[in-house]
Design a protein around this ligand. Sequence first.
Ligand SMILES: Cc1ncc(COP(=O)(O)O)c(C=O)c1O
Length: 404
Amino acid sequence: MSQTPTRADFDQYMVPNYSPQKAIPVRGEGSRLWDQEGREYIDFAGGIAVNSLGHCHPVLVNALTKQANTLWHLSNVYTNEPALALARTLVERTFADKVYLCSSGGEANEAALKLARRWAHDNVGEHKNRIVSFSQSFHGRTFFTVSVGGQPKYSQGFGPVPGGIVHGEFNDLASVRDLIDDDTCAVMVEPMQGEGGIVPATQEFLQGLRDLCDAHDALLIFDEVQTGVGRTGSLYAYMEYGVTPDILTSAKGLGGGFPVGAMLTTDRVAPAMAIGTHGSTYGGNALASAVALAAIEHIGQPDVLEGVKRRHDLFREHLETINRKHGVFKEIRGKGLLVGAEMASEYEGRAKDILPLAIEEGVMALIAGPNVLRMAPSLVIPEADIAEGMMRLERAIARLVAGQ
Ligand SMILES: Cc1ncc(COP(=O)(O)O)c(C=O)c1O
Protein backbone atom coordinates (compact mmCIF):
# COMPACT_ATOMS: atom_id res chain seq x y z
CA MET A 1 0.00 0.00 0.00
CA SER A 2 1.27 3.49 -0.76
CA GLN A 3 2.40 5.77 2.07
CA THR A 4 -0.12 8.21 3.55
CA PRO A 5 0.53 11.67 2.03
CA THR A 6 1.81 14.35 4.41
CA ARG A 7 2.04 18.14 4.35
CA ALA A 8 5.75 17.78 3.45
CA ASP A 9 4.64 16.20 0.16
CA PHE A 10 3.07 19.52 -0.79
CA ASP A 11 6.46 21.24 -0.71
CA GLN A 12 8.11 18.35 -2.50
CA TYR A 13 5.62 17.71 -5.30
CA MET A 14 3.44 20.79 -5.82
CA VAL A 15 4.42 24.07 -7.51
CA PRO A 16 4.92 26.63 -4.75
CA ASN A 17 1.99 28.96 -5.58
CA TYR A 18 0.13 28.19 -2.33
CA SER A 19 1.09 27.88 1.30
CA PRO A 20 -1.60 25.66 2.85
CA GLN A 21 -2.10 25.22 6.58
CA LYS A 22 -0.32 22.30 8.26
CA ALA A 23 -3.41 20.20 8.99
CA ILE A 24 -4.78 17.99 6.20
CA PRO A 25 -8.53 17.47 6.57
CA VAL A 26 -9.58 14.02 5.46
CA ARG A 27 -13.33 13.95 6.15
CA GLY A 28 -16.18 16.42 6.38
CA GLU A 29 -19.79 16.32 7.47
CA GLY A 30 -22.00 19.40 7.61
CA SER A 31 -19.90 22.22 9.05
CA ARG A 32 -17.35 19.98 10.76
CA LEU A 33 -14.10 18.54 9.40
CA TRP A 34 -11.60 16.03 10.74
CA ASP A 35 -7.89 15.94 9.94
CA GLN A 36 -5.43 13.05 9.59
CA GLU A 37 -4.92 13.00 13.37
CA GLY A 38 -8.66 12.92 14.05
CA ARG A 39 -8.75 16.54 15.26
CA GLU A 40 -12.09 18.19 14.62
CA TYR A 41 -12.64 21.67 13.17
CA ILE A 42 -15.67 23.88 12.69
CA ASP A 43 -15.67 25.26 9.18
CA PHE A 44 -16.33 29.01 8.89
CA ALA A 45 -14.29 29.10 5.65
CA GLY A 46 -16.57 26.95 3.51
CA GLY A 47 -13.86 26.30 0.93
CA ILE A 48 -13.84 30.08 0.19
CA ALA A 49 -17.61 30.49 -0.20
CA VAL A 50 -17.92 27.22 -2.14
CA ASN A 51 -19.32 24.58 0.23
CA SER A 52 -22.72 26.24 0.22
CA LEU A 53 -24.40 23.23 1.83
CA GLY A 54 -21.46 22.22 3.99
CA HIS A 55 -19.61 18.95 3.49
CA CYS A 56 -21.24 15.87 1.98
CA HIS A 57 -24.80 17.25 2.12
CA PRO A 58 -27.15 14.34 1.28
CA VAL A 59 -28.91 16.33 -1.47
CA LEU A 60 -25.61 16.84 -3.30
CA VAL A 61 -24.23 13.37 -2.55
CA ASN A 62 -27.43 11.85 -3.99
CA ALA A 63 -27.31 14.01 -7.11
CA LEU A 64 -23.63 13.22 -7.67
CA THR A 65 -23.83 9.48 -7.08
CA LYS A 66 -26.99 9.11 -9.16
CA GLN A 67 -25.35 10.93 -12.05
CA ALA A 68 -22.05 9.07 -11.51
CA ASN A 69 -23.89 5.82 -12.11
CA THR A 70 -25.64 7.15 -15.23
CA LEU A 71 -23.46 9.38 -17.42
CA TRP A 72 -20.37 11.47 -16.69
CA HIS A 73 -19.29 13.41 -19.73
CA LEU A 74 -20.01 13.87 -23.41
CA SER A 75 -18.24 17.12 -24.47
CA ASN A 76 -20.00 19.91 -26.33
CA VAL A 77 -20.38 17.81 -29.45
CA TYR A 78 -23.50 16.46 -27.68
CA THR A 79 -25.69 18.08 -25.08
CA ASN A 80 -27.01 16.33 -21.97
CA GLU A 81 -30.09 16.42 -19.76
CA PRO A 82 -28.50 17.77 -16.55
CA ALA A 83 -26.90 20.71 -18.42
CA LEU A 84 -30.20 21.58 -20.09
CA ALA A 85 -32.11 21.32 -16.82
CA LEU A 86 -29.53 23.52 -15.06
CA ALA A 87 -29.65 26.16 -17.81
CA ARG A 88 -33.46 26.18 -17.75
CA THR A 89 -33.51 26.57 -13.95
CA LEU A 90 -31.00 29.46 -14.07
CA VAL A 91 -33.12 31.19 -16.73
CA GLU A 92 -36.38 30.62 -14.87
CA ARG A 93 -34.96 31.96 -11.60
CA THR A 94 -33.09 35.04 -12.88
CA PHE A 95 -33.18 37.90 -15.43
CA ALA A 96 -31.35 35.74 -17.95
CA ASP A 97 -32.55 34.25 -21.25
CA LYS A 98 -29.41 32.30 -22.10
CA VAL A 99 -26.65 30.46 -20.20
CA TYR A 100 -23.06 29.43 -20.97
CA LEU A 101 -21.71 26.68 -18.70
CA CYS A 102 -18.07 26.26 -17.72
CA SER A 103 -16.03 25.00 -14.77
CA SER A 104 -14.90 27.96 -12.63
CA GLY A 105 -15.42 31.62 -11.80
CA GLY A 106 -12.41 32.75 -13.77
CA GLU A 107 -13.72 30.93 -16.84
CA ALA A 108 -17.20 32.43 -16.42
CA ASN A 109 -15.66 35.91 -16.24
CA GLU A 110 -13.36 35.25 -19.18
CA ALA A 111 -16.46 34.30 -21.18
CA ALA A 112 -18.32 37.42 -19.97
CA LEU A 113 -15.49 39.75 -20.98
CA LYS A 114 -15.03 38.10 -24.37
CA LEU A 115 -18.78 38.22 -24.97
CA ALA A 116 -18.92 41.94 -24.12
CA ARG A 117 -16.07 42.74 -26.50
CA ARG A 118 -17.52 40.58 -29.26
CA TRP A 119 -21.01 42.03 -28.81
CA ALA A 120 -19.68 45.58 -29.12
CA HIS A 121 -17.48 44.59 -32.07
CA ASP A 122 -20.38 43.00 -33.93
CA ASN A 123 -22.96 45.67 -33.13
CA VAL A 124 -20.95 48.91 -33.13
CA GLY A 125 -17.36 48.40 -34.24
CA GLU A 126 -13.81 47.47 -33.29
CA HIS A 127 -13.25 50.77 -31.42
CA LYS A 128 -15.89 50.00 -28.77
CA ASN A 129 -13.65 47.78 -26.64
CA ARG A 130 -12.99 49.67 -23.37
CA ILE A 131 -13.69 47.87 -20.12
CA VAL A 132 -14.24 49.71 -16.84
CA SER A 133 -13.48 47.83 -13.64
CA PHE A 134 -12.58 48.83 -10.06
CA SER A 135 -9.63 49.05 -7.71
CA GLN A 136 -9.43 46.07 -5.37
CA SER A 137 -11.82 44.02 -7.52
CA PHE A 138 -11.08 40.36 -8.14
CA HIS A 139 -12.37 38.40 -11.12
CA GLY A 140 -10.14 35.33 -11.41
CA ARG A 141 -6.65 34.24 -12.45
CA THR A 142 -6.83 33.94 -16.23
CA PHE A 143 -4.76 36.65 -17.88
CA PHE A 144 -7.79 38.64 -19.06
CA THR A 145 -9.44 38.43 -15.63
CA VAL A 146 -6.33 39.41 -13.64
CA SER A 147 -5.92 42.36 -16.00
CA VAL A 148 -9.52 43.47 -15.47
CA GLY A 149 -9.23 42.82 -11.73
CA GLY A 150 -8.12 45.79 -9.69
CA GLN A 151 -5.20 44.22 -7.81
CA PRO A 152 -2.07 44.78 -9.94
CA LYS A 153 -0.04 42.25 -7.89
CA TYR A 154 -1.90 39.47 -9.72
CA SER A 155 -0.96 40.64 -13.24
CA GLN A 156 2.54 42.01 -12.62
CA GLY A 157 5.48 40.02 -13.94
CA PHE A 158 3.53 38.22 -16.65
CA GLY A 159 4.33 40.54 -19.54
CA PRO A 160 2.14 43.07 -21.33
CA VAL A 161 -1.47 43.15 -20.15
CA PRO A 162 -4.32 43.43 -22.68
CA GLY A 163 -5.15 47.05 -23.50
CA GLY A 164 -8.38 49.00 -23.15
CA ILE A 165 -8.91 48.29 -19.44
CA VAL A 166 -9.39 51.13 -16.92
CA HIS A 167 -10.09 51.11 -13.19
CA GLY A 168 -12.36 53.40 -11.22
CA GLU A 169 -12.95 53.55 -7.47
CA PHE A 170 -15.55 51.19 -6.02
CA ASN A 171 -18.64 52.98 -4.68
CA ASP A 172 -17.48 56.24 -6.31
CA LEU A 173 -19.71 57.03 -9.25
CA ALA A 174 -17.85 60.22 -10.11
CA SER A 175 -14.72 58.16 -10.84
CA VAL A 176 -16.73 56.12 -13.36
CA ARG A 177 -18.17 59.21 -15.05
CA ASP A 178 -14.57 60.25 -15.80
CA LEU A 179 -13.75 56.88 -17.40
CA ILE A 180 -16.82 55.76 -19.29
CA ASP A 181 -17.57 56.89 -22.85
CA ASP A 182 -19.15 55.60 -26.05
CA ASP A 183 -16.10 53.40 -26.67
CA THR A 184 -16.82 51.50 -23.44
CA CYS A 185 -18.20 48.01 -24.11
CA ALA A 186 -18.61 46.91 -20.49
CA VAL A 187 -18.46 47.78 -16.82
CA MET A 188 -17.59 44.79 -14.62
CA VAL A 189 -18.34 44.90 -10.89
CA GLU A 190 -18.90 42.69 -7.87
CA PRO A 191 -22.10 43.67 -6.02
CA MET A 192 -20.02 43.11 -2.90
CA GLN A 193 -16.25 43.08 -3.26
CA GLY A 194 -15.11 39.76 -1.78
CA GLU A 195 -11.34 39.37 -2.07
CA GLY A 196 -11.13 43.18 -1.87
CA GLY A 197 -12.29 43.18 1.76
CA ILE A 198 -16.04 42.34 1.96
CA VAL A 199 -17.31 45.74 0.83
CA PRO A 200 -20.97 45.88 -0.27
CA ALA A 201 -21.80 48.21 -3.17
CA THR A 202 -24.19 51.01 -2.32
CA GLN A 203 -27.60 51.14 -3.97
CA GLU A 204 -26.73 54.48 -5.64
CA PHE A 205 -23.51 53.05 -7.02
CA LEU A 206 -25.05 50.03 -8.74
CA GLN A 207 -28.04 52.02 -9.98
CA GLY A 208 -25.66 54.73 -11.22
CA LEU A 209 -23.57 52.14 -13.09
CA ARG A 210 -26.74 50.82 -14.73
CA ASP A 211 -27.69 54.35 -15.83
CA LEU A 212 -24.20 55.13 -17.13
CA CYS A 213 -24.08 51.84 -19.07
CA ASP A 214 -27.47 52.61 -20.62
CA ALA A 215 -26.35 56.13 -21.55
CA HIS A 216 -23.25 54.80 -23.34
CA ASP A 217 -24.70 51.55 -24.71
CA ALA A 218 -22.27 49.52 -22.58
CA LEU A 219 -22.99 46.17 -20.94
CA LEU A 220 -23.19 45.90 -17.17
CA ILE A 221 -21.51 42.72 -15.91
CA PHE A 222 -22.12 41.58 -12.34
CA ASP A 223 -19.50 39.17 -11.06
CA GLU A 224 -21.54 37.12 -8.59
CA VAL A 225 -18.99 34.32 -8.36
CA GLN A 226 -18.66 34.91 -4.61
CA THR A 227 -22.01 36.60 -3.81
CA GLY A 228 -24.27 34.30 -5.83
CA VAL A 229 -26.41 31.25 -5.07
CA GLY A 230 -27.82 32.38 -1.76
CA ARG A 231 -24.60 33.65 -0.22
CA THR A 232 -26.08 37.07 0.60
CA GLY A 233 -29.55 35.75 1.52
CA SER A 234 -31.06 36.20 -1.96
CA LEU A 235 -30.52 33.76 -4.82
CA TYR A 236 -28.30 36.44 -6.41
CA ALA A 237 -27.26 39.69 -4.76
CA TYR A 238 -28.51 41.82 -7.68
CA MET A 239 -32.05 40.87 -6.67
CA GLU A 240 -31.66 42.79 -3.40
CA TYR A 241 -30.64 45.92 -5.27
CA GLY A 242 -33.28 45.69 -7.98
CA VAL A 243 -30.55 46.54 -10.51
CA THR A 244 -30.39 44.09 -13.40
CA PRO A 245 -27.14 43.39 -15.27
CA ASP A 246 -26.74 42.37 -18.91
CA ILE A 247 -24.35 39.59 -17.97
CA LEU A 248 -23.94 37.78 -14.64
CA THR A 249 -21.30 35.25 -13.67
CA SER A 250 -21.75 32.50 -11.10
CA ALA A 251 -19.48 29.73 -9.78
CA LYS A 252 -18.17 28.82 -6.30
CA GLY A 253 -21.39 28.00 -4.34
CA LEU A 254 -23.16 26.94 -7.54
CA GLY A 255 -21.58 23.51 -7.34
CA GLY A 256 -21.39 23.31 -3.55
CA GLY A 257 -17.85 21.93 -3.94
CA PHE A 258 -18.05 20.45 -7.43
CA PRO A 259 -16.26 22.65 -10.01
CA VAL A 260 -18.82 24.46 -12.16
CA GLY A 261 -19.38 27.98 -13.48
CA ALA A 262 -22.06 29.77 -15.45
CA MET A 263 -22.38 32.96 -17.43
CA LEU A 264 -25.90 34.28 -17.73
CA THR A 265 -27.05 36.83 -20.28
CA THR A 266 -29.97 38.13 -22.32
CA ASP A 267 -31.36 37.44 -25.78
CA ARG A 268 -30.05 40.87 -26.84
CA VAL A 269 -26.43 39.99 -26.04
CA ALA A 270 -26.18 36.20 -26.42
CA PRO A 271 -26.12 36.04 -30.25
CA ALA A 272 -22.61 37.55 -30.23
CA MET A 273 -21.39 34.25 -28.79
CA ALA A 274 -22.07 32.57 -32.11
CA ILE A 275 -20.93 29.08 -33.09
CA GLY A 276 -17.17 28.74 -32.75
CA THR A 277 -16.56 32.03 -30.90
CA HIS A 278 -15.90 30.44 -27.52
CA GLY A 279 -16.00 27.07 -25.78
CA SER A 280 -14.75 24.61 -23.18
CA THR A 281 -14.37 20.83 -23.18
CA TYR A 282 -15.86 20.49 -19.70
CA GLY A 283 -18.51 23.23 -19.85
CA GLY A 284 -21.89 21.64 -19.21
CA ASN A 285 -20.31 18.43 -17.92
CA ALA A 286 -23.11 16.12 -16.81
CA LEU A 287 -21.73 15.43 -13.32
CA ALA A 288 -21.13 19.12 -12.59
CA SER A 289 -24.53 20.14 -13.97
CA ALA A 290 -26.41 17.50 -11.96
CA VAL A 291 -24.79 18.69 -8.73
CA ALA A 292 -25.33 22.39 -9.54
CA LEU A 293 -28.98 21.77 -10.37
CA ALA A 294 -29.51 20.05 -7.02
CA ALA A 295 -27.65 22.85 -5.21
CA ILE A 296 -29.58 25.71 -6.76
CA GLU A 297 -32.94 24.00 -6.31
CA HIS A 298 -32.19 23.33 -2.65
CA ILE A 299 -30.68 26.72 -1.84
CA GLY A 300 -33.37 28.57 -3.80
CA GLN A 301 -36.06 27.49 -1.34
CA PRO A 302 -37.41 30.48 0.60
CA ASP A 303 -36.72 28.95 4.03
CA VAL A 304 -33.05 28.26 3.14
CA LEU A 305 -32.57 31.87 1.96
CA GLU A 306 -34.35 33.20 5.07
CA GLY A 307 -32.04 31.02 7.18
CA VAL A 308 -29.01 32.74 5.65
CA LYS A 309 -30.27 36.14 6.85
CA ARG A 310 -30.98 34.79 10.33
CA ARG A 311 -27.51 33.29 10.54
CA HIS A 312 -26.00 36.60 9.43
CA ASP A 313 -27.48 38.23 12.53
CA LEU A 314 -26.01 35.47 14.70
CA PHE A 315 -22.54 35.90 13.19
CA ARG A 316 -22.72 39.65 13.70
CA GLU A 317 -23.91 39.33 17.32
CA HIS A 318 -21.14 36.88 18.19
CA LEU A 319 -18.45 39.01 16.52
CA GLU A 320 -19.71 42.12 18.29
CA THR A 321 -19.61 40.31 21.62
CA ILE A 322 -16.02 39.20 20.93
CA ASN A 323 -15.15 42.75 19.95
CA ARG A 324 -16.65 44.26 23.11
CA LYS A 325 -14.27 42.07 25.11
CA HIS A 326 -11.14 42.31 22.97
CA GLY A 327 -11.45 45.45 20.82
CA VAL A 328 -9.74 43.93 17.78
CA PHE A 329 -12.18 45.01 15.06
CA LYS A 330 -12.91 48.42 13.58
CA GLU A 331 -15.98 47.32 11.63
CA ILE A 332 -18.08 44.20 11.11
CA ARG A 333 -19.76 44.13 7.71
CA GLY A 334 -21.07 42.02 4.86
CA LYS A 335 -24.34 40.42 3.89
CA GLY A 336 -25.81 37.01 4.54
CA LEU A 337 -23.04 34.51 5.17
CA LEU A 338 -20.25 36.55 3.62
CA VAL A 339 -19.07 38.37 6.71
CA GLY A 340 -15.97 40.51 7.17
CA ALA A 341 -14.42 41.95 10.31
CA GLU A 342 -11.92 44.72 9.61
CA MET A 343 -9.04 44.88 12.08
CA ALA A 344 -8.73 47.88 14.42
CA SER A 345 -5.76 50.18 13.72
CA GLU A 346 -3.79 48.61 16.58
CA TYR A 347 -3.98 45.26 14.73
CA GLU A 348 -3.58 46.70 11.22
CA GLY A 349 -2.61 44.01 8.69
CA ARG A 350 -2.86 41.19 11.24
CA ALA A 351 -5.99 39.37 10.11
CA LYS A 352 -3.78 36.57 8.72
CA ASP A 353 -2.23 36.02 12.16
CA ILE A 354 -5.63 34.90 13.44
CA LEU A 355 -5.90 31.98 10.99
CA PRO A 356 -3.22 29.62 12.42
CA LEU A 357 -4.37 30.40 15.99
CA ALA A 358 -7.95 29.65 14.94
CA ILE A 359 -6.88 26.34 13.40
CA GLU A 360 -5.11 25.44 16.67
CA GLU A 361 -8.34 26.24 18.52
CA GLY A 362 -10.37 24.15 16.06
CA VAL A 363 -12.06 26.65 13.76
CA MET A 364 -11.32 27.49 10.12
CA ALA A 365 -11.69 31.05 8.87
CA LEU A 366 -10.43 33.16 5.96
CA ILE A 367 -9.01 36.57 5.27
CA ALA A 368 -9.98 39.08 2.57
CA GLY A 369 -6.80 41.09 2.13
CA PRO A 370 -4.39 41.62 5.03
CA ASN A 371 -6.83 43.57 7.18
CA VAL A 372 -10.12 41.71 7.08
CA LEU A 373 -11.05 38.46 8.78
CA ARG A 374 -13.60 36.77 6.51
CA MET A 375 -16.17 34.08 7.13
CA ALA A 376 -18.10 32.27 4.38
CA PRO A 377 -19.55 29.15 6.02
CA SER A 378 -22.18 26.71 4.84
CA LEU A 379 -25.51 28.45 4.23
CA VAL A 380 -27.15 25.83 6.45
CA ILE A 381 -24.57 25.78 9.25
CA PRO A 382 -26.32 24.62 12.46
CA GLU A 383 -26.70 27.35 15.08
CA ALA A 384 -24.88 25.14 17.63
CA ASP A 385 -21.86 25.04 15.29
CA ILE A 386 -21.91 28.84 15.00
CA ALA A 387 -21.88 29.16 18.80
CA GLU A 388 -19.12 26.56 19.26
CA GLY A 389 -17.05 27.99 16.39
CA MET A 390 -17.32 31.47 17.84
CA MET A 391 -16.11 30.23 21.24
CA ARG A 392 -13.07 28.77 19.51
CA LEU A 393 -12.55 31.94 17.47
CA GLU A 394 -12.70 34.01 20.62
CA ARG A 395 -9.97 31.86 22.19
CA ALA A 396 -7.82 32.47 19.08
CA ILE A 397 -8.42 36.21 19.26
CA ALA A 398 -7.66 36.29 22.99
CA ARG A 399 -4.32 34.67 22.14
CA LEU A 400 -3.64 37.27 19.43
CA VAL A 401 -4.37 40.03 21.93
CA ALA A 402 -2.15 38.38 24.55
CA GLY A 403 0.63 38.17 21.95
CA GLN A 404 0.86 34.37 22.07
C1 LIG B 1 -15.68 37.68 -7.31
C2 LIG B 1 -14.85 36.56 -7.83
N1 LIG B 1 -14.75 36.39 -9.15
C3 LIG B 1 -14.02 35.39 -9.68
C4 LIG B 1 -13.31 34.52 -8.87
C5 LIG B 1 -12.48 33.43 -9.49
O1 LIG B 1 -13.13 32.21 -9.38
P1 LIG B 1 -12.32 30.84 -9.61
O2 LIG B 1 -11.27 30.78 -8.57
O3 LIG B 1 -13.38 29.76 -9.50
O4 LIG B 1 -11.75 30.91 -10.99
C6 LIG B 1 -13.38 34.68 -7.49
C7 LIG B 1 -12.60 33.79 -6.60
O5 LIG B 1 -12.28 34.11 -5.48
C8 LIG B 1 -14.15 35.73 -6.95
O6 LIG B 1 -14.25 35.92 -5.63
